[in-house]
Design a protein around this ligand. Structure first.
Ligand SMILES: Cc1cc2nc3c(=O)[nH]c(=O)nc-3n(C[C@H](O)[C@H](O)[C@H](O)COP(=O)(O)O)c2cc1C
Length: 213
């Protein structure tokens, strides 16, 4: 196998300069998200969510961005999951969009606000029925002895919800991450990358600075 230290490539796809920036970073974010969709990346909406537990231990996992509204990034999950427990004790959160196939990444720091039941219910009904049923069956992040046990629970729930709509489980929900920092990173030749960090001030105005790579 090739030595790991020899695995590298050059980043030459584009430059990011002040002409391409927007006053509101959410506008630039949506432009970059559209670029990721247009480039037909797998899971262009996938983002890493980092949380911190009460001992100060960070952890991360991928979730899908499902909306951008009311000034924040929306995702859905199980409210008993590890991430939800972390958020309950510390709602400071970081998101990361790994669009490195486009020589890009976006990093977000913000706070997570739990979505209202009305918002969650509106999304839940749009999910495919098997995913709705799976939400009922999985006590996310908790141990289970065997896959067979899980599938038995799933098949049982499938029978139970054969007719009619699947109700929203009370333990299923979502979060809106309200950003106060957003960094746009565009890889550059010779590792001279372009980085712009937007910060929101106390009057909710965004300001940006170029960072060294
Ligand atoms: C591409 C991809 C998309 C995912 N989307 C979600 C999602 O939208 N919501 C979710 O709860 N988990 C999603 N997961 C699973 C999470 O990564 C994670 O395993 C799960 O949420 C439990 O995380 P936790 O134990 O840290 O709370 C996704 C995983 C991958 C690889």
């Amino acid at each position: 196998m090739q030595s790991i230290s020899d695995i590298r490539r050059d980043y030459t796809k584009a430059d990011l300069d002040t002409d391409s920036l927007t006053a509101d970073p959410m506008v630039l974010f949506e432009r970059w998200l559209q670029n990721a969709v247009d480039a037909k990346l797998d899971d262009p909406t996938a983002m890493t969510v980092a949380t911190v537990d009460p001992t100060g231990q960070p952890s991360q996992r991928i979730v899908l961005l499902k909306d951008i509204n009311k000034g924040g990034f929306v995702f859905y999950t199980n409210l008993g999951s590890k991430k939800a427990q972390d958020i309950q004790s510390n709602n400071k959160i970081s998101l990361h969009f790994p669009w490195h196939m486009l020589d890009r990444q976006v990093k977000v720091c913000g706070v997570a606000q739990q979505l209202s039941v009305t918002e969650v219910a509106a999304y839940f009904v749009s999910r495919p029925k098997p995913s709705q049923i799976a939400a009922w069956v999985s006590k996310q992040s908790h141990p289970i002895d065997t896959k067979q046990l899980l599938m038995a629970k799933f098949n049982e729930a499938k029978q139970k919800f054969l007719q009619g709509e699947v109700p929203l489980p009370s333990f299923w929900g979502g979060y809106r991450v309200i950003p106060h920092e957003i960094e746009f990173w565009q890889g550059g030749e010779h590792r001279i990358h372009d980085r712009f960090l937007y910060r929101r001030d106390t009057e909710s105005q965004w300001h940006y600075q170029r960072l060294m790579p």
